[in-house]
Every structure is written in structure tokens, then in C-alpha cells.
Design a protein around this ligand. Structure first.
Ligand SMILES: NC(=O)c1ccc[n+]([C@@H]2O[C@H](COP(=O)([O-])OP(=O)(O)OC[C@H]3O[C@@H](n4cnc5c(N)ncnc54)[C@H](OP(=O)(O)O)[C@@H]3O)[C@@H](O)[C@H]2O)c1
Length: 298
């Protein structure tokens, strides 16, 4: 498995990352989750993506139950988490309306909560989950610096941020933001055209790519039939599956996006990482884009 260097000599990720958003749906016992993490490691997937909000604030606790059973796994993985989304749910009884909180003390407390839930001492990376119109960049920078100084978080990044939001936060920090986690796929291609990925390429910041398979919709939704038909023409010729072709679409981007796999099915995951061996030529890549968007490029 290819490794992607985010901070030279300090931080690298596996090219494919395991996402844990859907972990609560997988209904795994802690022992089964240990086996799942180990199978991922055998494939070379070391980087794990979490958020406090996943599973209505229960996902990280489930992951922590597995790490408690197999503490040696902590040093074999990179743990990425995110914070700032809040919504009414059992774990957040005082929250009445969905909102974002990027206040200094909230970010520090959220990171500490993630550490407690997962039973670990340090997050490898903490991301601000969503751009927040009430975000005071100085306050976020203060939170990041405090968490770093206390050894609670090694590196920081953002998710779903525009270039302006990214560079605003970066301007207040004495260290580099290491990633912007974005929805990137053939079916969600806005960042390919609005300058977001160009800016990251310019900054040499590698994006993490979420929902590369449209959250699973690509396999059945009627709106993606043209895309499926287009990929089907390539499948036989390339000896590749639909999911591999769509992941190869993301891997082809020069910004070196790192796909976050959302599946909890190890056989699918094994197949999906095979996308690294599939090279789409320009005409195939643009044919997929056209089929997904329903129009040719101008
Ligand atoms: N930063 C953000 O705002 C944000 C937002 C959303 C997600 N994320 C991160 O990105 C990760 C990936 O997102 P995602 O889960 O939406 O990714 P995805 O890979 O686009 O979708 C995963 C879904 O597709 C299904 N699937 C995969 N391969 C399939 C196949 N061959 N046939 C049929 N169904 C298939 C999976 O089901 P099975 O499990 O049954 O295979 C799963 O339900 C998340 O876990 C999370 O870590 C971040």
C-alpha cells in the first residue's frame, strides 16, 4: 500500500483510509472489530477516520472498546477525528438545534472527549468538521496550540472548507494544516472545478476524500445509471469492477487525494484497494465525468 507523506518525517497516511462513520451500523462485537482492524492492517490500511458526532456520538466509544481489547493496535494506526458538529440526540441532552461550535474551549473539550471515548492519549490529527460562520480563527488557533502543547493532538486540519476558510485559519497558525477532508467523487465533482483542489495542490496539502462511491448510491440510484453504464463498458476491458473504476477516478487527481473507504465489508475493501493498480486514460476519465454530470466539459 502506498504511503502519502503529509508532514515530512512526522506524519504519513496509508493511501486508502478506513472510515468509521458507519461503524455503529455494522453491529460488530469489540472482538470482531479488532479482527476487522487487523484485516485492514494486513492490507496496509493504517489510517482510521472518526468523528465525535458519528453514530450520534457513539462511534468513538465502540472503536475504543476494540482498542481496549487490543491496545497494541494503537501504535499501528493513525487516528483522525473531527469536531464542531452538534445536534439533538441522546448523548447531547442540552442541544436543541443542530449547529456548529468552534469556540476555543469547546474544541479543547471535544478533543479530550474523543481521547476519553477511544481510550487513547493522543490524536494523530484533529479536523474542524464543517466550516462555521461563527468561527473565530484566532480562537480555533488558540485551541489547536493548546492541544498540541499538551501533547493531546499531534497535527490539525479541516474538513469541507473553502480555500478562503482554509487560508484564514492557516494565517493564524504557527504550523501547517495537514489536510482538508472533502467530498470528492465522479458524482460530486464541484471541487475539481471551483479551485479547491488546485489550491490544495499549490499548497502541497493532500486532501482526504469522503464518499468516493456516493455513499453507496452509485450502485443502485437511478440518477447514476448513465455512470454505471459508462463504467460497465470499461469493466470487462480493464478487468476492473465499478467500485474500483470510481476509486481510480479519485486516485487520478494530481492533488493526491486519499480515498476514505466507507465499507465495513472486508472483501469489498480488499477489492477496492485494488483500484491503485487501475490507470484510467484521459478519455476514460472524462467519459466517467461526463456520464456522472450528464454534460460534456465545455
Ligand atoms: N468529513 C465529512 O464531512 C464526511 C462526510 C461523510 C463521510 N466521511 C468519512 O468518509 C468515510 C466514507 O464515506 P462513505 O461511507 O459515504 O463512503 P462510500 O465508500 O462512498 O460509501 C460506503 C457505502 O457504500 C456501500 N458499498 C460499498 N461498496 C459497495 C458495493 N460494491 N456494492 C454495494 N454497496 C457498496 C457500503 O456498504 P457495505 O458496508 O455493506 O460495503 C457503505 O454503505 C466515512 O466513513 C467517514 O469516515 C466524512
Amino acid at each position: 500500500m502506498q504511503r502519502v507523506e503529509l508532514v515530512p518525517g512526522e506524519l504519513s497516511f496509508s493511501r486508502f483510509i478506513q472510515g468509521y462513520w458507519r461503524l455503529p451500523d455494522w453491529q460488530l462485537s469489540p472482538q470482531q472489530l479488532v479482527a476487522f482492524i487487523e484485516q485492514g492492517l494486513e492490507l496496509g490500511i493504517t489510517t482510521t477516520d472518526h468523528a465525535d458526532v458519528y453514530g450520534a456520538f457513539t462511534e468513538e466509544r465502540l472503536f475504543g472498546q476494540a482498542l481496549k481489547l487490543a491496545p497494541h493496535l494503537r501504535d499501528k494506526i493513525e487516528v483522525v477525528s473531527k469536531c464542531n458538529i452538534l445536534f439533538p440526540c441522546e448523548q447531547q441532552p442540552s442541544v436543541a438545534v443542530k449547529h456548529y461550535n468552534s469556540d476555543r474551549d469547546y474544541i479543547v473539550a471535544a478533543a479530550e472527549r474523543s481521547l476519553r471515548e477511544m481510550g487513547i492519549d493522543t490524536l494523530d490529527v484533529l479536523l474542524i468538521h464543517r466550516p462555521d460562520p461563527l468561527m473565530d480563527a484566532d480562537a480555533v488557533a488558540d485551541a489547536f496550540q493548546s492541544l498540541k502543547a499538551d501533547g493531546k493532538v499531534r497535527h490539525f486540519g479541516v474538513s469541507n472548507f473553502s480555500n478562503a476558510q482554509f487560508s484564514l485559519l492557516q494565517s493564524r497558525l504557527p504550523f501547517e494544516l495537514v489536510t482538508n477532508q472533502l467530498e470528492i467523487s465522479a458524482t460530486s465533482s464541484q471541487y475539481l472545478f471551483d479551485g479547491t483542489l488546485d489550491y490544495l495542490q499549490q499548497q502541497r496539502v493532500k486532501p482526504m476524500a469522503w464518499s468516493c462511491l456516493g455513499g453507496g448510491d452509485i450502485f443502485q440510484a437511478y440518477e447514476f445509471k448513465e455512470l454505471r453504464d459508462c463504467a460497465a463498458k470499461m469493466e470487462d476491458a480493464m478487468g476492473a469492477s465499478l467500485d474500483q473504476i470510481l476509486l481510480a477516478f479519485v486516485l487520478a487527481l494530481p492533488s493526491q487525494a486519499m480515498p476514505i473507504i466507507g465499507s465495513g465489508n472486508i472483501e469489498r475493501i480488499r477489492r477496492q484497494i485494488g483500484a491503485a493498480d487501475i490507470k484510467l486514460d484521459r478519455q476514460q476519465w472524462f467519459a466517467l465525468l461526463e456520464a456522472a454530470r450528464g454534460i460534456p466539459v465545455p
